[in-house]
Design a protein around this ligand. Structure first.
Ligand code: B1M
Length: 210
């Protein structure tokens, strides 16, 4: 517990080296990866998020905290992947156009990979045409979209429309998620699946493939 709150505190300070060292220590001590993620890394990110909202910290601090977060989750990746059933299938994933938030998207990718899916990560600020082009070229069954801003979530609708225009709408499952996304938003834009977190996104992807 002490160790996990230290991880949270170093993450808030953006100290990537300390975060990775302590995450490794926690893994070595046998603390479950999901616990390290939730009570260490995500706890720290939530506190930063609150302070960001209240103007107690600014973009540069949040950015270095996010780097520390991504460093920590990369280390956790092999341990997050749940064993058991592995699905064969391909997904393209990205954060929508205009949106640079990538932590949630990276978690979804890791969890999907943990379930055996091949995931093509298009990164952040991805235009609708890019998603469609990649899905076609890669023969992906799933397009997974992440958005963190109320101003960019509307781009998800453009991806659905682009899939229709390209004639591939029936061949792909379009998944959406991110803090501002809801089930009713998903329904309203004609996407297929909304999930609240990365683990359920991976489960839903597997279900969609089988
Ligand atoms: Co930004 N930011 N940010 N930010 N930022 C938020 C999102 C915000 C809520 C902060 C706030 O004001 N309280 C706010 C959005 C307000 C709104 O639109 N309603 C905000 C803002 C305003 C901005 C800027 C506009 C600030 C500015 O410049 N003035 C700017 C926009 C830049 C841009 O994108 N064009 C900006 C910039 C940044 C940083 C670059 C500094 C940094 C991002 C760095 C990075 O990602 N590499 C950043 C961060 C880190 C945040 C907060 C603090 C944390 C986000 C995060 O990573 N959370 C965030 C505040 C907050 O969320 N409390 C905030 C952890 C992550 C694991 O959660 O991504 O939600 P999340 O993923 C979750 C679920 O949503 C879900 O799974 C994950 C959990 O398992 N999920 C999916 C995500 N994608 C999914 C896809 C799925 C399924 C589930 O299916 C496909």
């Amino acid at each position: 517990e002490e160790l996990l709150s230290q991880i949270s505190e170093f993450l808030q300070k953006g100290r990537a080296k300390n975060v990775t060292a302590l995450v490794q220590q926690a893994i070595d001590e046998g603390i479950p990866a999901t616990e390290i993620l939730e009570k260490g890394l995500l706890d720290g990110m939530n506190i930063i998020g609150e302070k960001f909202k209240n103007n107690e910290v600014y973009v540069p601090e949040v950015l270095i905290a996010a780097r520390a977060m991504n460093a920590g989750t990369t280390l956790l990746k092999p341990h997050l992947s749940s064993s058991g059933f592995k699905a064969a299938g391909k997904a393209v994933i990205g954060t929508v156009k205009g949106d640079l938030h990538d932590i949630g998207k990276n978690l979804v990718r890791m969890m999907m990979e943990g379930k055996g899916l091949e995931v093509i990560d298009l990164g952040t600020d991805v235009a609708p045409e890019k998603f469609i082009e990649a899905a076609k070229n890669e023969n992906a069954q799933i397009i997974a979209l992440s958005a963190l801003l109320t101003t960019t979530m509307t781009e998800m609708k453009n991806v659905v429309e682009a899939a229709k225009e390209a004639g591939i709408r029936d061949q792909v499952t379009i998944m959406v998620g991110g803090a501002p996304i809801t089930q009713s938003f998903c329904d309203s834009i004609g996407a297929d699946i909304y999930t609240v977190d990365a683990a359920s996104a991976a489960d839903a992807a597997v279900a969609a493939l089988t």
